[in-house]
Design a protein around this ligand. Structure first.
Ligand code: ADP
Length: 471
């Protein structure tokens, strides 16, 4: 979850909150609905029983009886039940009884009190019959000098609740579907809203990989937040580019300014040495010469780096026999006796690419120098060139210290040196940067296979000659 994308997190949180809100609302509605339903059942019962009380009367004069009414002989006269007597209404069953529980009119009740009437005037009770619960209400109708008859009404306690229950069941059934649909909608919206952020990350990644600080992020969605983010990134790139450029200008100036005095110092000490000076002076001149050469080498690298900017303009691209570049370069290294490492070249003949032979030599030299530097005593360096499915593949392998996974991308950065404790002294941190710049100029892809303690293989895949645009 911690590593999940923001849009997934938003969707999950939304789904959780939505499910909670709907769940709580439905639960609240349920409890309120239940109370309302029970109140409704009781009110209906009271109304029907009270209403029916007014529909029963006693008469001893048969001529005044409504022809539609029901008549029941009672005592010395007649009980008249008017047509308005509701024996079944709104779930309420209602009946008329004599004091002994004998039904005179209306609906037969569920057997609610084991047969004994147990009438209680005006008292609403809850009774059980079988598994069901009922509300029950009796009402006595007094008849002058003749005792009383009873009206009894019952209603299933769950009568109104049934309706609510059906609605709730439907709601609970639809809850997951509802949450799922809403979450899907939120996921799509979040994806749309956040896609500019992904595009920005991709563009910035591109700029950083290509180390092209003159490029800017061009995404504009019209949203204020995205626009401010893009402006902030572009502002930062502008400042970076400014300081990078002035740094380079400064470096260029310094290297050119130092070049002449160093050349003079070297020439003078050479001359002095040729004059066969006394022992102490010779030692001093030799030190001057050694240090001078070091400074000169440093200046070379600095200038090389500065020129990398306009490699494409300075160096002409033409058809190059890569196999020959490899053979020639390796031959120059055969005299090297460092750490007793052997250098083996395995070259397929006449592998040709479009490129610049001098730059390719610099690329290869840097890789071979590194292989010596980070190689082990009595190790082997293998340099090979071959054609593989239309690509020209140049590779330099060593059985040296290897590169840790977390450093594999970074070692190609300017001045980056992996773990300085294992890095031998004398490194500069820009060898691989130059290698990558040259590879990119040739439209090649760089690959690195490495295992710490086992060695590294730097592989460069150049496009086939035809694909590179030469006949
Ligand atoms: P450096 O001058 O330090 O060698 P590079 O740019 O040539 O600078 O290399 C950058 C870093 O990459 C080095 O400091 C080293 O840690 C690592 N590296 C380069 N080549 C190898 C190799 N063949 N084996 C192991 N590590 C290497």
């Amino acid at each position: 979850m911690r590593n999940a994308k923001i849009r997934t997190k938003i969707t999950l949180w939304f789904a959780l909150v939505l499910a909670l809100v709907i769940g709580i609302t439905v639960a609240l509605l349920f409890s309120v609905g239940e109370t309302v339903a029970r109140d409704g059942a009781r009110t209906d019962l009271k109304e029907v029983v009270t209403e029916n009380g007014g529909q029963v009367r006693y008469t001893e004069n048969p001529s005044r009886i409504d022809p539609h009414a029901s008549v029941i002989p009672w005592g010395s006269g007649t009980l008249v039940v008017k047509t308005g007597f509701l024996d079944q209404f709104n779930g309420v069953d209602c009946g008329l009884y004599d004091a002994q529980g004998q039904m005179l009119f209306g609906q037969k009740m569920p057997s609610v009190s084991g047969g004994t009437p147990d009438f209680q005037d005006g008292k609403l009770r809850t009774v059980q019959a079988g598994k069901k619960h009922y509300y029950l209400l009796d009402r006595a109708v007094k008849i002058d000098g003749q005792g009383e008859v009873w009206i009894r009404g019952v209603i299933d306690r769950e009568y109104d609740r049934e309706l609510f229950l059906r609605v709730y069941r439907l709601l609970y059934l639809f809850l997951p579907v509802l949450v799922l649909l809403a979450s899907l909608a939120v996921f799509r919206i979040a994806r749309r809203l956040l896609s500019p952020v992904e595009d920005i990350a991709e563009e910035v990644g591109h700029i950083s990989r290509e180390t092209d600080l003159s490029r800017r992020v061009s995404i504009d969605t019209g949203d204020n937040e995205i626009r401010s983010l893009v402006q902030a990134i572009n502002g930062m790139l502008e400042r970076l580019e400014g300081s990078y450029r002035s740094g380079k200008q400064f470096t260029s100036l310094v290297s050119h300014e130092l070049r002449t005095p160093i050349t003079v110092i070297l020439a003078q000490s050479e001359l002095a040495l040729e004059e066969d000076p006394p022992e102490e002076a010779r030692e001093a001149f030799e030190i001057i010469q050694k240090q001078g050469r070091r400074v000169n080498k440093g200046l070379d690298s600095l200038l090389q780096f500065i020129r990398l900017e306009n490699l494409a303009e300075v160096y002409e691209m033409e058809e190059v026999n890569l196999s020959r570049v490899v053979t020639d370069t390796c031959r120059e290294f055969h005299a090297v006796r460092e750490k007793n490492i052997r250098l083996q070249a395995e070259t397929e003949e006449d592998v040709r690419i479009r490129g610049n032979a001098s730059l390719l030599r610099v690329l290869l030299e840097n890789l071979i120098v590194n292989a010596y530097k980070y190689g082990v005593e009595d190790g082997v360096i293998r340099v090979s060139v071959a054609e593989e499915s239309g690509e020209a593949v140049l590779s330099v392998s060593d059985d040296g210290i290897g590169v840790a996974p977390e450093d594999r991308e970074r070692i190609f950065e300017w001045l980056y040196q992996a773990n300085p404790t294992t890095t031998p002294k004398g490194g500069s941190g820009y060898g691989l940067f130059i290698v990558r710049a040259i590879a990119e100029l040739h439209g090649a892809r760089m690959e690195l296979d490495s295992a710490v303690g086992e060695g590294s293989t730097f592989r460069i895949r150049f496009p086939a000659l035809q694909a590179a645009g030469l006949p």
